[in-house]
Design a protein around this ligand. Structure first.
Ligand SMILES: Nc1nc2c(ncn2[C@@H]2O[C@@H]3COP(=O)(O)O[C@H]3[C@H]2O)c(=O)[nH]1
Ligand SMILES: [Zn+2]
Length: 324
């Protein structure tokens, strides 16, 4: 929490937006209290995403390209983006017809909830870091935060990435629509950026993610609900989960952002490429072990990566299954 506080201080938000230190501390404590003790979508994930956002703001020199209020919106959105995550994804919410799915009519139920919890926290004056802003400023931040948090629904991944691709050739920092798409891209990059971290940090996060996935698929089996294949402990391995995700989701997104900010290449693309090599090797080793165990004569398969098409299909399921 102290580090999050430092980010607000360091970006000069305290003086620019007249935020009192006690109010910021109270806000961060309430945020902390509203993250659940679950394997992946917990307060530490919130911290990592916010820290990545903070790093990207500096690396891209965003403070000299966007308004302060936009940067404040982005950092606060990162902090709030998974508030009260229950550990079961949108597909589960919809299939199990949970309270959240009913409340939000199957439309990004989790992301709508995270954002709603954020503004409930901000309703109380003691927590409201925006309480000294004008009504107009608050309106702008609220609109921006809703946009950012709802953009973290992976069912909208292709839609948002394609939007960014179409404006990239004419990107203009004076165009509000362009800036809106960029902020959505930056929070998305931050949200799925674990593989850009050092391997000894990234790999335990994958274990946490798979643990949460497996908990969900176990529950789905128990309740007779459709089981998401990428979450099924009988079908997924660590490398099979990562190779497709890195190839078809992470790299295309990160490369697009690095096209706008070329100096990001070394910070977010290089480590992700290394992670892809690491998991491809692990995948090949597992395949070899499997063939050895079964004494299969298909030794010519050894060392060959899994078919691209098959991997791509698997990832598309992960992206599209929750689309209403
Ligand atoms: N396979 C895989 N999926 C990830 C990784 N990081 C994030 N994700 C997925 O991307 C999603 C982003 O939104 P969520 O936090 O809802 O859930 C996340 C996971 O489903 C990763 O490293 N590997
Ligand atoms: Zn997240």
């Amino acid at each position: 929490m102290v580090l999050l506080q430092l980010m607000y201080i360091d970006l000069d938000f305290m003086s620019k937006f007249n935020i009192e230190i006690e109010v910021l501390q109270q806000f961060l404590f309430e945020v902390y209290r509203h993250y659940n003790n679950i394997p992946f979508h917990n307060f530490k994930h919130c911290f990592c995403v916010t820290q990545m956002m903070y790093g990207l703001i500096w690396l891209t020199d965003l403070q000299n390209k966007m308004d302060d209020i936009d940067i404040l919106t982005m950092l606060t959105s990162a902090i709030c983006h998974d508030l009260d995550h229950p550990g079961y994804n949108n597909a589960y919410q919809i299939n199990a017809r949970t309270e959240l799915a009913l409340r939000y009519n199957d439309i990004s139920p989790l992301e709508n909830h995270h954002c709603s919890v954020a503004f409930k926290i901000l309703e109380k004056s003691d927590n409201n870091i925006f309480r000294n802003l004008t009504t107009e400023q608050f309106k702008r931040i609220r609109e921006g935060m809703i946009k950012c948090v709802l953009a973290t629904d992976m069912a909208r991944h292709n839609e948002i990435l394609n939007q960014f691709r179409s404006i990239m050739p004419v990107f203009d920092f004076n165009n509000k629509k362009h800036k809106d798409v960029l902020t959505m891209i930056i929070i998305k990059v931050s949200d799925i950026s674990n593989e850009a971290r050092p391997m000894d940090v990234a790999e335990p996060w994958l274990d946490c993610l798979l643990q949460e996935f497996f908990n969900q698929s176990d529950m789905e089996k128990l309740e007779g609900l459709p089981v998401s294949p990428f979450m099924d402990r009988d079908k997924v391995t660590k490398p099979s989960s990562q190779t497709g995700f890195i190839r078809f989701v992470l790299l295309p997104l990160f490369i697009e952002l690095a096209n706008l900010f070329p100096n990001l290449e070394q910070h977010i693309i290089d480590p992700v490429r290394k992670a892809l090599d690491y998991y491809t090797e692990m995948e090949n080793a597992l395949e070899m072990e499997k063939l050895n165990r079964t004494g299969s004569s298909q030794s010519d398969k050894i060392g060959k990566p899994v078919e691209n098409q098959e991997e791509s299909k698997r990832v598309q399921i992960q992206l599209s299954q929750t689309k209403p």
